[in-house]
Unconditional design. Structure first.
Ligand code: AMP
Length: 424
């Protein structure tokens, strides 16, 4: 019997995994340049953290969590999102008692029991970034810029930044009530009517055309923002314009998690069809108190790395699975032929690796034809051959795989010869 991964698990194997690494690194580099520190946090947490943090009325908590009782009788949930756990860890480690804001990033798998489809999985991957401890609108713009610059560095162009404000506990209740009154007057189905009472903002997110039509003229938060929230939002918009970051005002944008306040945003990709959200985030000024911490405003975003990979593939118009960048492969491929050549070849490739060259070699008793095929497939610029003749003469035969040119180089100079050509 053979096994398969459980339904809905997203996995990456070579060569496509190079694209995944590239996406994660682009975000990590962008975060490092803005002086965000790396964190590794719990993949599973007390269930109550998500119930209180993400919110009892959210779909994530009501329908999508992987929850179980562990052998010690604890209620445990695999993280469905990062923010609640990152904030929990920041508080537990007292980072908020040092310099503010606490600026951190992390990445890894998240888990939601959803209906699997293209771009939607039960185990998926996020890059997450958080700035905790300030209400300064400049940090809102900073987080957006870190995300925007990473997408851009990946070569993505066909995405849009959707921007909205969800207000705060001062102005949102009046809006919520106005929205509920509007929605109660529509002819919506029983489940949606239930949602009006529980989480009315989410009704605006309903993708069904018959619901969209009916809610087209629903009141929007933008018209209910208090003076402080309005000023905050205008400042963020001005800062983004100053940074040359294009955005679209999206007064109907709401997010799936309940903790958002004020600035909320989503990056949407034009070529991904139904699962077009490639990342999203916003402020969560009340979340710390919701999970038992001190008042501590924060903002952050999560990028769906699976969807970033799909977006890169669609924009580069590559067939899925084709290696996207040549430099993910190796630069030199060693071909040892016959007795007593593996040891000198391993010495050569190790010297190259220590100098920073990506080098591989043929293992096992492979003939010339098979080993050269492996060299071609590796993407290397040069093959380095040591056969019986080279061994006896103390040389290495270099073959330029682009044009077929060959050179015999003394073994003692082989590493330097290759380094000079590959790392130049
Ligand atoms: P959220 O935590 O819901 O704000 O999601 C942030 C980003 O994670 C989204 O924009 C998606 O790109 C990605 N994402 C969320 N859920 C899934 C899923 N089930 N499968 C793949 N990506 C997801």
């Amino acid at each position: 019997m053979t096994f398969q991964a459980p339904k809905g698990v997203s996995e990456y194997v070579p060569p496509r995994s190079a694209l995944f690494e590239e996406a994660r690194e682009a975000f990590a580099n962008s975060a490092r340049r803005a002086c965000y520190g790396a964190m590794e946090t719990a993949v599973f947490e007390d269930t109550a953290l998500f119930v209180r943090g993400v919110g009892e009325s959210s779909d994530v908590v009501r329908k999508e969590m992987y929850s179980f009782e562990d052998r010690g009788g604890r209620e445990i949930t695999l993280r469905p999102e990062f923010t609640a756990g990152v904030l929990r860890s920041v508080l537990e480690n007292n980072l908020h008692k040092g310099a503010l804001p606490v600026k951190v990033w992390t990445a890894g798998p998240a888990f939601r029991y959803e209906r699997p489809q293209a771009g939607r999985y039960r185990q998926f991957y996020q890059f997450d970034l958080e700035a905790i401890g300030t209400q300064d609108p400049a940090v809102d713009a900073e987080t957006i810029a870190v995300g925007y610059d990473a997408y851009t560095a990946l070569g993505l162009r066909q995405f849009t930044l959707l921007l909205n404000s969800l207000g705060d506990p001062k102005c949102r209740p009046a809006y919520r009530e106005a929205l509920q009154n509007f929605l109660r007057g529509l002819g919506l189905d029983a489940e949606t009517r239930e949602r009006i009472e529980l989480n009315p903002l989410r009704v605006l997110d309903d993708k069904r055309p018959e619901v969209r039509d009916q809610t087209a003229n629903a009141p929007v938060m933008m018209d209910y923002l208090c003076a402080e929230c309005k000023a905050h939002h205008d400042t963020v918009r001005g800062l983004l314009a100053g940074l040359g970051i294009p955005f679209t005002d999206a007064p109907r944008l709401v997010r799936g998690l309940d903790y958002y306040t004020r600035t909320t945003y989503e990056f949407d990709h034009a070529l991904l069809g139904a699962q077009s959200g490639i990342g999203g985030g916003g402020r969560y000024d009340g979340l710390s108190e919701d999970i038992g911490g001190p008042p501590l405003p924060g903002i952050g975003f999560a990028v769906g790395l699976d969807r970033a990979v799909l977006a890169i593939e669609s924009e580069r118009a590559l067939a899925p699975g084709e290696p996207a960048r040549r430099n993910a492969g190796c630069q030199v491929f060693g071909v040892p032929l016959g007795e007593d050549t593996h040891r000198s070849m391993l010495t050569l490739v190790t010297a190259l690796r220590r100098a920073g060259v990506r080098a591989d070699m043929a293992f096992g008793a492979r003939g010339l034809k098979g080993a050269m095929k492996a060299a071609d497939r590796s993407g290397a610029a040069f093959a380095a051959l040591i056969g019986g003749q080279e061994r006896d003469h103390g040389t290495v035969r270099m073959k330029d795989l682009a044009n077929g040119e060959q050179h015999d180089v003394p073994a003692a100079e082989a590493a330097a010869w290759l380094i000079e050509r590959v790392l130049r």
